[in-house]
Design a protein around this ligand. Structure first.
Ligand SMILES: [Zn+2]
Length: 493
């Protein structure tokens, strides 16, 4: 059989100060089939452990459409989005007839004047395919599920874990279901129950852990093929923002809807206990100092580059310096100019530097310091959940008791290598501040003593009541108190 695959993913924040264009995709991953640009990416997506590789290893032909992944930021310009969509439709048309379609999408992609890019792309694909060819999508649990997505995909499933350690496995699961649907062994239907709440939830902690395990335990029995518990991404500020439960069953829409309802009800009942606490910068540092054990990891959740923030905010750095903390580390502060100055000054130099606080009001104010340059690298990388990601020209500087990694390619901390590359072992620190919300957890968990999820002012503001949303419908928790039935449900047969 022949399968068509593509990978288009961008998490869009309408609150992000970072603009985006096609070049931004080029920096992460961009393959344009019509020109052949980025052809080297085909080897990666065809790898044995990928969803395409899984289909190929079953003996099927796989045609790859566009690949376009960019760091979270503001909405994609319309012309750039239309180019990607055109590539998607044209390569699919050229590949026809196909037996199935297996896509990797984010779910929270917004383009100028297109609030629901995934629904729009899926509708365009369905128009080429007609109603009977199975379409499967794996998406990020931070995706906002829309009616256009459920209407045009037969198999819709998200990763379940935050950190997203199961994304590749879920992609392979999705491809397997599409393959079985193409063989007419199963007839998948996907139902969605929307849950009227905004938030991001750590599946490493109770009671979210138990909810996900319970939801997942339904897979493989009573004709249930896949269950997804999505968080959504409020900062996209679209009408479909919020949590959802998505259930895919084998030809049993009533069963899928009933299970989606049951899981959604329990999910909604947990809204208070799973809600992120508000912890300011000074309070987070005081909590870390009061903890008996090391290292304490303070996640700078509101300045998470993985949520569209700059990664150069100074609230936690200010708090560390004010508290005169010894043996602390902070990374990565996105400041290409300061990194460049440190590299030019060289290891051992002590120089005045103005660091951070440059991109916008959410970054706070820059801090003027006298810094000693401890290490410089132009080739440092981290492992970003399987992808080797360069930090760009970077330096480790010391300011009082705090060692700071300055990087020049904006990214969240995925891996202790962000520190180790400069000879700094985070295991030996008392406090480590990481720019990021939760993905660091997968690699820091083996050695951390405590995690504090700090919420200083920032782009990824989690105090939803203070935000000015233009498109998110209310009532919506925690902006106000909606009834569980605030939104409907739908399914595709
Ligand atoms: Zn995500």
């Amino acid at each position: 059989m022949k399968f068509y695959c593509a990978f288009i993913a961008h998490e869009t924040s309408r609150f992000s100060p970072i603009p985006i264009n096609l070049d931004s995709y080029r920096r992460s991953a961009l393959y344009i089939p019509s020109t052949g640009e980025g052809e080297h990416l085909l080897d990666e997506v065809m790898g044995e452990d990928s969803w395409c590789g899984a289909l190929r290893s079953m003996g099927h032909e796989v045609v790859i459409g566009p690949i376009a992944i960019a760091m979270p930021s503001g909405p994609t310009p319309r012309a750039d989005y239309e180019l990607l969509k055109r590539e998607l439709v044209q390569t699919l048309r050229a590949a026809m007839p196909v037996d199935g379609v297996a896509l990797l999408l984010h779910g929270a992609q917004v383009a100028q004047d297109v609030d629901d890019c995934e629904g729009d792309m899926l509708a365009a694909i369905r128009a080429v395919l007609g109603p009977t060819v199975p379409v499967g999508v794996v998406f990020d649990l931070h995706g906002n599920v829309s009616a256009a997505m459920t209407a045009n995909a037969d198999v819709l499933l998200a990763c379940l874990e935050y950190p997203h350690i199961d994304f590749d496995a879920r992609a392979i699961q999705m491809a397997g279901l599409v393959e079985r649907a193409a063989r007419r062994e199963i007839a998948p239907v996907t139902a969605r129950r929307r849950v009227p709440m905004l938030g991001t939830y750590y599946t490493t902690a109770s009671p979210m852990r138990e909810l996900v395990d319970w939801a997942k335990s339904h897979e493989g029995r009573d004709r249930i093929l896949a269950v997804s518990v999505t968080h959504g991404f409020a900062w996209a500020d679209v009408a479909d923002c919020g949590a959802s439960v998505v259930v895919c069953s084998d030809a049993d829409p009533d069963g899928a809807l009933a299970l989606a309802d049951r899981i959604a009800e329990r999910y909604f009942a947990l809204r208070e206990p799973i809600r992120s606490a508000r912890i300011g910068a000074d309070e987070a540092v005081a909590m870390a100092l009061a903890h008996d054990g090391a290292p304490v990891i303070i996640a700078d959740t509101t300045d998470n580059p993985g949520g569209g923030a700059a990664g150069d905010s100074t609230f936690l750095l200010r708090a560390l310096l004010d508290a005169k903390v010894e043996n602390a580390a902070l990374g990565m502060l996105w400041d290409p100019v300061a990194a460049d100055f440190a590299i030019r000054a060289g290891v051992g130099a002590t120089i005045p530097l103005r660091i951070g606080g440059k991109i916008g009001p959410a970054s706070g104010v820059p801090i003027d310091v006298v810094a000693t340059v401890l290490a410089c690298r132009t080739d440092a990388t981290q492992n970003a959940q399987g992808t080797i990601s360069p930090l760009g020209p970077s330096a480790l500087i010391q300011v009082d008791g705090v060692r700071i990694v300055l990087n020049s390619l904006r990214d969240q901390v995925f891996d202790p290598a962000c520190f180790e590359a400069f000879g700094l072992d985070p295991r030996a620190c008392r406090i480590v501040v990481v720019k990021g919300q939760q993905h660091f957890h997968a690699t820091f968990a083996p050695f951390l003593s405590k995690v504090i999820y700090a919420t200083p002012p920032g782009t990824v503001n989690m105090d939803y009541r203070t935000m000015t949303f233009e498109r998110i419908p209310t009532p919506m928790y925690p902006i106000n108190e909606p009834p569980f039935e605030a939104f409907g449900r739908e399914w595709r047969a």
